[in-house]
Design a protein around this ligand. Structure first.
Ligand code: HEC
Ligand code: HEC
Length: 439
């Protein structure tokens, strides 16, 4: 109790929002795993490979595709069933800007966006751009960073009902790529920083954020079944398709996929085979979900008593590098000036640190935990050759640049990179890239 009694209520609220509304217990020892499990003694930190509480199992993927904004052909936009607007008892009249999930998650781009600049392939008259104010508000860099870098302005605390209007956690923002939605069903924690526990929660937030300009929630226009259908559709995006066996312990292929992490990867050339070995030695300390290569660690609750599992996030130094020199001071439309955002973060020993935001602080913007600064989830790597540019801030254009990053000082001196140092010569790097290209 000692640690948490020092927290102002709204900070505690922010972390509970991430972790689920369970009772907060005293911390026995200041260890990260202990902190992650403290919300409920029956909740276990686990690397088990099973997915028992999937929300998508409660929805219909075909209905979900329509609500996502994709026509029955699986390719074209169709907004007829997707637009959420009307009279909300919470937000009043909600008028949609016409955007759907399709606007930023396109089927022929693995449910992501094409590489920037976006105007090379998407006309300025598209709702993607005409509705941009819903995301960027009056941020002057909103359009240029979205178009040139593919990074969308985002305030993670915008719809958090536990935060008072004046809370700096409502003002903190970041610039994020529109994540492809692929093998999400095997990845614990959603969004770049893993701040969403599951896909109905993520879909609800996405509908409220991207389709209108207000900051009021309109949960009553978003029936749970619609969100479950959209979640079911997103969970159905599995590639290669054999990976679906991981979801079902009774499937004959299940144990094979668990025991042979490369069962569905066909390394044939000598370079690919050497690359696979290098990947196993250097990368699988984090990308350890067999055949998917996201991260296995998660908090595992008892069935039906706790929200679905959420994952482990890591600081590998990407945001501190801030390769694009992104702006993190808030634009004040009244004065035309930039103002630093300062948020109170709570350290594990209970002290409160006023933190001036100068880069993307990752999970800490939601949990208010100092230890979560710059932490991001470990993404899945299947079909990764199609998913560039890479990292949450698009700071690596190619897989060669990704591998260069993982052998750089930025990585090796980062908090989680120090635990898993990586040093490769030029030939090894080329082999590793050859392997990544066949994933
Ligand atoms: C205006 C662009 C835009 C629209 C429209 C949009 N998204 Fe997203 N989506 C993003 C961005 C940007 C991210 C990454 C945000 C982050 O990392 O914080 C994202 C991430 C996600 C993720 C996380 C995937 C993962 O692997 O963690 C899911 C799921 C998702 N969106 C679902 C939806 C749904 C459902 C809709 C429709 C209701 C939607 N999105 C509409 C831009 C958009
Ligand atoms: C210490 C944990 C860790 C290790 C070791 C690690 N990664 Fe990652 N990896 C991450 C995290 C966390 C991210 C997300 C970073 C971000 O977006 O800011 C990531 C992102 C990536 C991405 C970007 C994927 C995308 O869609 O943007 C690729 C590719 C990747 N890693 C490949 C590798 C390779 C290859 C190795 C081995 C050389 C490796 N990783 C080792 C944690 C790790």
């Amino acid at each position: 109790m000692r640690v948490f009694s020092k927290r102002p209520g709204w900070i505690l609220g922010a972390s509970l929002l991430l972790a689920g509304a369970a009772s907060v217990r005293a911390i026995a020892s200041p260890k990260d795993d202990v902190l992650r499990a403290l919300h409920d003694a029956s909740v276990r930190h686990s690397t088990d490979i099973h997915f028992p509480n999937r929300v998508g199992a409660l929805g219909d993927p075909v209905a979900g595709q329509a609500k996502f904004g994709i026509a029955a052909d699986g390719e074209s936009p169709d907004d007829s069933q997707a637009i959420f607007e009307g009279q909300s008892s919470i937000a009043g009249t909600v008028v949609s800007n016409g955007r759907t999930c399709f606007s930023c998650h396109r089927p022929y781009e693995r449910l992501g966006l094409p590489p920037p600049p976006l105007t090379d392939t998407i006309p300025l008259t598209d709702v993607l751009f005409t509705g941009l104010e819903a995301d960027t508000g009056d941020e002057p860099l909103g359009f240029v960073n979205f178009n040139q870098l593919g990074l969308l302005f985002h305030r993670p605390g915008r719809f958090n009902p536990l935060l008072p209007p004046e809370s700096p956690f409502r003002r903190v923002f970041f610039w994020r790529k529109s994540t492809p939605i692929l093998n999400t069903v095997f990845t614990f924690g959603n969004l770049g920083d893993g701040r969403m526990r599951e896909l109905t929660e993520t879909a609800r937030g996405a509908f409220m954020v991207h389709t209108q300009n207000g900051d009021l929630r309109f949960d009553d226009l978003l029936p749970l079944q619609d969100l479950r259908d959209v979640a079911a559709f997103m969970e159905s995006q599995i590639d290669p398709p054999e990976l679906a066996a991981l979801l079902d312990p009774s499937d004959p292929l299940h144990d094979t996929l668990v025991d042979d992490p490369f069962h569905t990867v066909q390394a044939t050339t000598p370079a690919e085979k050497r690359g696979q070995k290098l990947f196993a030695q250097n990368c699988m300390s984090c990308h350890d979900m067999p055949n998917v290569f996201s991260n296995r660690a998660h908090v595992n609750g008892p069935p039906l008593l706790f929200p679905p599992a959420y994952g482990h996030v890591m600081d590998i130094g990407v945001s501190q590098r801030n390769k694009h020199g992104l702006e993190f001071r808030r634009y004040d439309a009244g004065t035309g000036q930039r103002v630093p955002v300062v948020i109170p973060l709570v350290k594990i020993d209970g002290t409160i640190v006023p933190w001036t935001v100068t880069d993307d602080i990752g999970a800490a913007a939601t949990t208010a935990r100092y230890e979560d600064l710059h932490r991001f989830k470990v993404p899945q790597l299947r079909r990764v050759s199609e998913l560039g540019p890479y990292f949450h801030d698009h700071s690596a254009a190619t897989l060669e640049e990704v591998v260069d990053y993982f052998t750089s000082d930025w990585y090796n001196q980062s908090p989680d990179g120090r635990k898993h140092p990586i040093h490769l010569n030029a030939k090894q790097k080329a082999d590793l890239v050859a392997f990544l290209k066949i994933l």
